[in-house]
Design a binder for this molecule. Structure first.
Ligand SMILES: [Mg+2]
Length: 362
């Protein structure tokens, strides 16, 4: 047993290949915090805290403060290889601050798996596979820009395209129809409205797509996060699978969504629920309630995506939502998950296989 000895943060800014635009924000660079946890035997574990005032409500400064304060105080001296000890301590150390907690949780799973000599996904589930499939996101934009971006991704080998809509229902309808007309028939189209529609708008659009047999694979978070009743109304009034994202942060949300039959699927993100350990506590009850689970991420670098992909590897046979690491011009670390077209390859290194922060960032 090696004790947790230190937790460090590195705030980084990485330019994006193209602007990331949703119904709630537009950014040209990724701001994130990389978290390193060390144990007494010299191992280092890696995690990432996604920071966005509009999405997670956390900042580089808040992650730094909560990590140096209550998280370090609660965790230092505990056995780094025992999630049953540090998991509850991390959860109880501070309320909210889920992105910061997710980063520390990931780093500790990294150390636990290095100690066991296994990739993290194998420590989580001996049956897991080391390849995870992902969709690719197309930013909210004018119709011609959406079609152009989608065509580039299709040419690059992606089969599942997730288009960000939710800014104006009528324009969204036209964009989706144009995308379906222009994309090859085998391309699966997902829609993410990022809370942008009323329930009535969502029902009108989705029923129209169903009537015209456009084959939309799923619609993500059509309505406001806090209004579970609206989400339930859309789910009950349409046949297209509805995916809850912003509506689901923790177990209380999940129970409410399940009780109301408000969604067909849930998008589990480490930054919302606080890490791999709390994410696993969401997966079993979601599945027991008949909902399928997809693993997604915030706009994050490959460090955050690596942790999410190791969890996703325990849920095989589905296309997850883990393209975020493709958006930066370059990765902040050496090692970690590797993209091969629409696949995230986890490799067979112990832990996450992350070796070091890029020299110019450390
Ligand atoms: Mg979403």
């Amino acid at each position: 047993m090696a004790e947790i000895t230190r937790i460090r943060t590195h705030a980084i800014r990485l330019p994006l290949r193209r602007p990331f635009v949703t119904a709630v924000r537009s950014v040209t660079a990724l701001d994130a915090v990389i978290v390193c946890v060390g144990d007494a035997d010299g191992r280092t574990g890696w995690g990432e805290a996604a920071v966005s005032w509009r999405v997670t409500g956390e900042s580089a400064a808040s992650v730094d403060a909560v990590t140096a304060g209550p998280l370090s105080e609660s965790l230092r001296g505990l056995p780094a290889d025992d999630p049953s000890v540090w998991g509850p301590a991390l959860a109880a150390a501070v309320v909210h601050n889920t992105a910061a907690k997710a980063a520390v949780d990931a780093a500790l799973w990294d150390i636990a798996a290095q100690t066991a000599g296994l990739p993290v996904h194998r420590l989580l589930d001996a049956e897991s596979t080391s390849t995870v499939h992902t969709d690719i996101t197309v930013s909210a934009a004018e119709e011609d820009a959406v079609l152009r971006a989608a065509a580039e991704h299709v040419a690059d080998g992606f089969d599942v395209v997730k288009v960000k809509l939710g800014r104006d229902a009528d324009r969204d309808d036209a964009t989706l129809r144009a995308l379906r007309r222009s994309a090859p028939a085998h391309i699966r189209i997902r829609v993410d409205a990022n809370q942008g529609w009323s329930a009535d708008e969502a029902i009108r659009l989705i029923r129209g797509w169903e009537d015209d047999d456009l084959g939309v694979e799923l619609v993500e978070q059509p309505t406001a996060a806090a209004d579970i009743a609206a989400l339930a109304r859309v789910t009950h009034a349409t046949a297209t699978p509805i995916l809850a994202d912003e509506a689901l942060w923790g177990l209380r949300d999940l129970h409410e969504i399940a009780r109301m039959g408000a969604a067909d699927l849930v998008n589990v993100k480490l930054a919302k629920c606080g890490g791999i350990s709390p994410a696993r506590e969401l997966i079993a009850p979601a599945q027991a309630a008949g909902m399928r689970v997809l693993v997604g991420s915030m706009l994050e670098s490959v460090v955050g995506v690596t942790a999410a992909a190791h969890l996703a590897a325990t849920l095989p046979g589905r296309v997850h939502d883990l393209d975020a690491g493709l958006w930066q011009r370059s990765a902040p670390v050496h090692g970690g998950a590797r993209y091969e077209r629409d696949r995230v390859e986890l490799g067979d290194a112990a832990g996450f296989g992350i070796l070091a922060l890029r020299e110019d960032l450390s």
